[in-house]
Design a protein around this ligand. Structure first.
Ligand code: GLU
Length: 481
């Protein structure tokens, strides 16, 4: 049975990288009808504790619909799922490693470690512990502990081994053990480091596939050694290539789009965001770029991943979200706008439906709704001076001729106030006016909407209604007079 997990450290910041990992963990687990996706909170770094940070993790993944089968909130039979509640376990396993000679007590002071680092740096050597405490006898160790000396527990890395990480994307990646540091497993405050806790938990929680960011690939050999020391079976490893900006730079927190909440607050749909993230490494041909999480569950396989650095291209995201919005039914779009905190329930619903079907084509982010729709529900948001300036710029005619052209709209005699008839009447008027089309239509558009880009004029006029059109034209003519 497939079991995957995402294991964020609660920093209070919902990084898009967490969504990216969680998506592949989720999808991979769900390929197995009995598979489970787990959220484990890795909160053993007391210095980095942030109030409410865990909620941020849940809220952001929930928004994306990546719901966990087991988590600190949902529970499950492998709990607790918060590392700070599992400290005695790490202690127990660390002691076991010491007893079996795979780990040792290290009493070196911070000053000694710092001096060592400095020396190594001077000599252009990689910063590594020099194994000073490896030589201590058990009597010396007992004595130091009895004296209350502080210690950490370090992993005893074998001297000359080749450790092979079998990665489902990269194949075999080999590491020489001599470049690995004797990793601290238990800190002087008794808390485990990530390396010990992650291996113990992944084993005890029976995680079958560890799917995580590439930044952990260099730690994988240490983890593999720990599995070997304990005599446990390794999970299948997958290290996802790091997401980058189109200029190949790192996605740093200074950029809005590093946060999952940025996507939510700009008005991207969660399904677009998941599709978009998946596309960054899942090479698909142009005709098959849109897919849902359930399509992904059916079709995804690690052999389909492109290893080249994946980029978050926001222009592409805008395009994709536009397509998703266009494909929503009006009812669904209204629901999304309400979830997005747009108080559209107070608008005339009949009119709103018509407006939405007109502007849906142009909306790329939900937050653009008011910008695209405001003039349907209120007078154009443009000052008198600005309106005059723009109308004349577009008509390239005198104010009196522009007024004359607008006047055609005051006298439209139509059987039915419908876009098709309006359109015909508009073109007939333009013919009669002898003003070139753009110079004729643009001032009307500005008079009615205050904007130079809108859906087709006849459709806008149908939704506005005849009385409103006549009123706005009269106002514009007054402004020009
Ligand atoms: N706590 C680690 C992180 O914040 C998890 C790494 C892993 O998935 O092994 O990224």
């Amino acid at each position: 049975m497939t079991r995957t997990r995402v294991a964020p450290s609660p920093t209070g910041y919902p990084h898009i990288g967490t969504a990216y990992q969680a998506l592949f963990d989720f999808v991979y687990a769900k390929k197995d009808p009995r598979g489970k996706f787990i959220i484990r909170i890795e909160d053993t770094d007391k210095k980095r504790f942030v109030e409410g940070a865990e909620q941020v993790v849940y809220k952001s993944l929930e928004w994306l619909g990546l719901l966990a089968d087991e988590s600190p909130v949902n529970g499950g039979k492998y709990g607790p799922y918060r590392q700070s509640e599992r400290l005695d376990l790490y202690q127990k396993y660390a002691s076991e490693l010491v007893e079996r000679g795979h780990a040792y007590y290290c009493f070196c002071s911070q000053e000694r470690i710092d001096a060592l680092r400095e020396e190594q740096e001077k000599n252009h050597l990689p910063p590594m512990y020099d194994g000073f405490c490896k030589k201590l006898t058990s009597d010396e160790i007992q004595q130091k502990i009895a004296n209350g000396e502080k210690y950490v527990i370090r992993m005893r890395i074998p001297e000359d081994e080749i450790i092979t990480v079998h990665d489902s994307i990269r194949g075999e990646v080999k590491f020489l053990s001599k470049i690995l540091d004797d990793q601290v497993l238990v800190k002087s405050d008794g808390f485990p480091t990530y390396h010990l806790a992650v291996v113990v938990d992944d084993h005890l929680m029976e995680i079958t596939h560890v799917i995580r960011g590439e930044e952990w690939l260099s730690s994988a050999p240490k983890h593999i050694l720990l599995y070997k020391f304990f005599g446990w079976e390794e999970p299948i490893w997958t290290h996802l290539p790091l997401l980058r900006n189109p200029n190949k730079g790192k996605i740093s927190k200074r950029m809005g789009h590093a946060s999952i909440f940025w996507y939510r607050d700009e008005g991207y749909l969660p399904e677009t965001v998941l599709n978009f993230i998946a596309l960054t490494i899942w090479g698909r041909d142009k005709d098959h770029e849109m897919f849902s999480v359930s399509d992904m569950i059916k079709e995804f396989d690690f052999s389909k991943i492109r290893i080249a650095a994946p980029v978050l291209d926001i222009a592409k995201l805008d395009w994709l979200n536009g397509v998703y919005i266009r494909n929503l039914s009006i009812l669904d779009l209204k629901k999304r706008l309400i979830q997005f905190d747009q108080p559209i329930q107070f608008l005339d619903q009949n009119k709103l439906d018509k407006v939405l079907s007109l502007i849906k084509e142009r909306m790329r982010r939900l937050k653009e709704f008011w910008d695209l729709a405001d003039y349907f529900f209120a007078d154009p948001k443009i000052s008198k001076e600005e309106m005059v300036k723009q109308m004349l710029k577009e008509s390239k005619l005198s104010p009196s001729k522009t007024i004359k052209d607008l006047s055609y709209l005051s006298n439209l005699k139509l059987l039915r106030w419908e876009a098709k008839e309006i359109d015909e009447a508009l073109h007939k008027s333009q013919d009669n006016s002898q003003t070139p089309p753009r110079q004729f239509f643009m001032p009307i558009r500005i008079a009615l909407t205050g904007k130079s880009q809108t859906p087709p004029l006849a459709n806008v006029m149908e939704v506005l209604g005849k009385d409103e059109v006549v009123k706005r034209i009269a106002t514009a003519k007054n402004h020009l007079a």
